[in-house]
Ligand binder design. Structure first.
Ligand SMILES: Nc1nc2c(ncn2[C@@H]2O[C@H](COP(=O)(O)OP(=O)(O)OP(=O)(O)O)[C@@H](O)[C@H]2O)c(=O)[nH]1
Ligand SMILES: [Mg+2]
Length: 430
């Protein structure tokens, strides 16, 4: 089964804790603080890996967690950074990130950080000042970013084979490329997209064979039309129509119009892609009749299509012309820009916005006051409020940040209860 969607849980590693430690030396009775900082938690990184075919692995095990940052140690030893967790996906995968932003992984090796690890806590050394020479507190590490994100694969193909079921699409892919798709004389033989590479002397081009479309596919008839996502990135369509359909089947013109209608109903501008029309199974008609059918189509469609060709996958008639026509239909790759000119892709896109961290709002909750805001909540999360020194430090920081003044103008009096994040405490700024 080919999986082109997956929902995964991503969680950056927790930062390591800072440590409380004091220098110990022979002959020095009380050394200064020397507690090191905790290391940052590892990130969760999604990487485009060409050896991956689909998103089956992510559906099978949907949880990804960055490694924990190590705690700091005495003698100013900082904890090591946590290991990154790598999620390998096929090129062509689109990611909807934690903040709703979208990333397209196209080139092999392209990577995006989808969940950052938490920052490590500072050791007590960092809290030493002239008036607080022996701080007996340190910060805890913070949790990493976490949440569910969506992955969606849209294959990277240059040209897509479309048509009614049984039109002969897979047979063509098998003749034009080394791919070996299943071929059989019943509709919906192809259940999932198959890629093949069309080779010429100087170019390689990827062809996608997708399931057949029937009337009403946009409303879910047959196999529906979701698999058309895999031709969305194509630069041309090869529309396959049986030149001599069996008794009782729609004639070639009707078959053609049905598929065009479904392409238009799907959207994504599929009906505006350059189109080559292939009349398949020409061996079932005498040569002149297949040629006449092609001429009739050409007249009817005119400039709307790149061309109309009668071919046979059985005899090989017309296949060389078709190969050339497909190569011509897909423009040469634009010359890639020098890597230096490309925007930095490594998703530093997901950054904390310092401005947002500065802001806070004060609200009354009965007798208590709630201070809401990412910056203050992170500050509280880092400290152990049962530690008197840590509490005194927090009061000092809240005063410096203007939170205490803002509380006072909201009616707060020293000794009132203040709530921040999950914590509630009596604030009594000196
Ligand atoms: N005589 C003749 N038969 C063909 C030709 N091409 C395909 N066929 C037959 O047509 C039937 C359908 O071929 P497929 O290639 O599986 O058709 P498809 O369009 O991929 O069909 P779905 O995957 O079901 O949509 C098979 O029995 C093929 O052997 C051809 O050029 N000549
Ligand atoms: Mg097929």
């Amino acid at each position: 089964m080919f999986h082109d969607r997956a929902k995964i849980w991503v969680e950056g590693g927790r930062g390591g804790n800072g440590v409380v430690s004091f220098r110990r030396e022979a002959h020095v009775p009380r050394g200064g603080p020397d507690g090191g900082d905790g290391g940052r938690g590892g990130d969760v990184v999604v990487v485009a890996d060409p050896s991956r075919r689909d998103l089956a692995a992510q559906r099978h095990s949907p949880h990804y967690r960055g490694g924990r940052g190590r705690h700091g140690e005495g003698a100013q030893r900082h904890g090591a950074r946590g290991d990154d967790e790598v999620v390998a996906v096929p090129p062509g995968t689109t990611i909807e990130g934690l903040g709703g932003e979208r990333f397209d992984l196209i080139e092999p090796g392209q990577r995006v950080v989808v969940a950052r690890g938490g920052t490590g806590g500072s050791g007590n050394k960092r809290f030493a000042t002239s008036t607080r020479q022996a701080p007996r507190f340190a910060e805890s590490g913070l949790e990493g970013q976490s949440g569910w994100i969506e992955l969606r694969l849209r294959l990277l193909a240059d040209a897509g084979l479309v048509g009614l079921p049984n039109a002969g699409k897979s047979s063509l892919l098998a003749r034009l490329t080394r791919a070996a798709p299943k071929v059989a004389d019943y509709p919906f033989t192809t259940l999932e997209p198959v890629l093949g590479t069309l080779e010429s002397d100087d170019r390689q081009l990827v062809l996608a064979d997708v399931p057949g479309l029937i009337e009403g596919a946009a409303e879910g008839a047959g196999l529906g039309d979701e698999f058309l996502a895999h031709v969305e990135r194509c630069r041309a369509l090869v529309h396959v129509v049986e030149v001599a359909p069996p008794e009782g089947s729609p004639d070639p013109a009707e078959a053609y119009d049905t598929v065009r209608g479904e392409l238009a109903a799907y959207g994504a501008a599929l009906d505006r892609l350059p189109e080559l029309v292939v009349l398949s199974k020409s061996d079932l008609l005498p040569d002149d009749q297949a040629g006449e059918a092609a001429a009739g189509f050409r007249e009817r469609l005119g400039d709307h299509v790149l061309g109309v060709l009668a071919v046979s996958s059985v005899t090989g008639a017309g296949l060389d012309l078709l190969r050339t026509a497909i190569l011509d239909a897909v423009p040469e790759e634009p010359i890639p820009t020098a890597p230096a000119d490309e925007p930095e892709f490594e998703a530093e896109h997901i950054t904390y916005r310092p401005a947002a961290e500065q802001g806070y709002a004060i609200e009354r909750e009965g007798e208590a006051f709630r201070v809401a805001g990412r910056g203050v909540e992170m500050l509280i999360a880092r400290h152990d409020l049962s530690n008197h020194e840590a509490l005194a430090y927090l009061e000092q920081r809240l005063t410096e940040m203007g939170v205490v003044a803002a509380l006072r103008s909201a009616g707060f009096e020293p000794g009132d209860e203040v709530r921040i994040g999950d914590e509630a405490f009596e604030l009594d700024p000196g």
